[in-house]
Design a binder for this molecule. Sequence first.
Ligand SMILES: *[C@@H]1O[C@H](CO)[C@@H](O)[C@H](O)[C@H]1NC(C)=O
Ligand SMILES: *[C@@H]1O[C@H](CO)[C@@H](O)[C@H](O)[C@H]1NC(C)=O
Ligand SMILES: *[C@@H]1O[C@H](CO)[C@@H](O)[C@H](O)[C@H]1NC(C)=O
Ligand SMILES: *[C@@H]1O[C@H](CO)[C@@H](O)[C@H](O)[C@H]1NC(C)=O
Length: 512
Amino acid sequence: MELVVIFLLIWKFVESARILCIFQCPSYSHQIVFQPVLKELSSRGHKVTVVTPIPMKDASLMNLTEIDVSKSTYSVMQGSDYLNFLSKEQPVYLKIRKLFEWYHQIDEAVLSEEKFIHIYNGTSARFDLVIAQSFLSPTLHAVAAKFQVPLVGISSLGAYIGVHYAIGNPHPPSIYSESFLPYHGRMSFSERFKSTLYYIWSRYYLNFEALPKCDQIARKYLGNDIPYIQDIEKNMSLLLLTTNPILYEPRPNVPTVISMEQMHIKPVKPLPKDLKQFLDNAKEGVVYFSLGSNVKSINIPEKLRKVLIEAFAELPYKVLWKFEADDLPGKPENVLIGKWIPQQDVLAHPNVKVFVTQCGLQSVEEAVARGVPMVGMPFIADQTRNIQRLSEEGAAVGLEHTTLTKEEFKNAIFEVVNNPKYKQNVKRLGEIWVDHPLPSLNRTIWWIEYVIRHKGTKHLRSPTADVSWFEYLLIDVILVLLTIVSLALFILYVAIKFILRMIFGGRKLKQN
Ligand SMILES: *[C@@H]1O[C@H](CO)[C@@H](O)[C@H](O)[C@H]1NC(C)=O
Ligand SMILES: *[C@@H]1O[C@H](CO)[C@@H](O)[C@H](O)[C@H]1NC(C)=O
Ligand SMILES: *[C@@H]1O[C@H](CO)[C@@H](O)[C@H](O)[C@H]1NC(C)=O
Ligand SMILES: *[C@@H]1O[C@H](CO)[C@@H](O)[C@H](O)[C@H]1NC(C)=O
């Protein structure tokens, strides 16, 4: 009888785990990717607690407890000079620095939340797993170490370079650069040169500036009884990345890196009445324009806005513009603005001919899912590389917004609307993308529960996670080889000199 009870208890434990999720990034496009995972885990009977800037507030999710950190995290973003950050003149290393500065503040904001302190510093909370957003700063990963439970990292993008270092993915700067840089695959000499400089800088910056600061913040809030932050990050049992073969060139990953795809793509829902009417009536075609939830149309420079408005006015199409204010001065007749637009459903409307986008990952994926070709004007982060990839595949035309003219913009739109190749290619990409042995959500959940069942994935840990950069790049071996070769050359030189002296030195003597 006792055995049966114990068995049932263990069974229960495996069936229903206590999972703490910590998602700090105050951005809609980041969080919508995680929501299906939360829903699925909780409906499978796991007790899920999530710290999030975008709570779902869905009362039907009975096994899910949300701790709302929207106020404090959004106020960090509002207090920052975001506009300056958007400008393309800033080199990527300054942007990474800036992002880390924000992240330090966001992490502190999250760790200062009373309800969360009660969990991580209280005596009653127990967990079996921590899932933490893995985007730049690993500070919050330290909560897993505090509870001494396995850590799963999750990202709504591919990994930035520091996470590749931590998990032990091969990352030769000759082929794979920072995901925020547009150099990937076959690089020219100058690209490899810049990629190498960036690689050296990033190693220096992470090891000597960013990570020590993360460690300091983690210790300030969680106490001193935790390992060094880099060791915690390297100890990650699983890394879930939002990558796909459509936008990311394939790369060798260690076995604990798993890609999540189509997470935020939902079945098509009916449109609101006014929007449906506008799109239905636009038989001549619709240009859908949105710069997403991070860049935002109201943030763009005045000059660019003027170009857009003038170009739109001259188009023979209707334009639907996601514009985050009530009023757009100088709005042309054929333009409809909306502060919030059900993007996936709009893109599914047959009259939408082209999507003008900032090329954020989630937006691009929605366009591919609905088969809408794109005109891309990248601003930040991975957007430049996304449009590069799509242009190479013939599914989009890329533009440089800093120098954009009205004619260029109009021509790009005409090209994408009138040349059928763009639509065909975006459809082809969409078909490749959904062809999988198992739906992505099922695979994601399987891996998370695998980590819970085996209390981590120590057996899958790649040795690449533990070698130092100079071992990885064979710097020590190369130095020894160079020493041996130079020594050999030196000996040869001395020997030849000696022999020559013997021969000619002797002759000289004779002559004398
Ligand atoms: C909550 O978890 C229980 C198991 O603990 C499960 O039977 C139930 O379906 C879950 N409810 C919801 C709404 O997810
Ligand atoms: C690594 O993770 C395991 C659980 O998977 C944990 O027991 C261990 O303490 C962790 N070590 C470090 C250095 O974080
Ligand atoms: C949590 O507890 C640690 C000691 O274990 C302490 O150093 C830290 O200040 C506490 N954090 C907060 C926010 O109270
Ligand atoms: C995927 O997961 C859903 C929900 O748990 C389940 O209904 C479905 O059968 C799974 N599909 C496969 C192919 O395993």
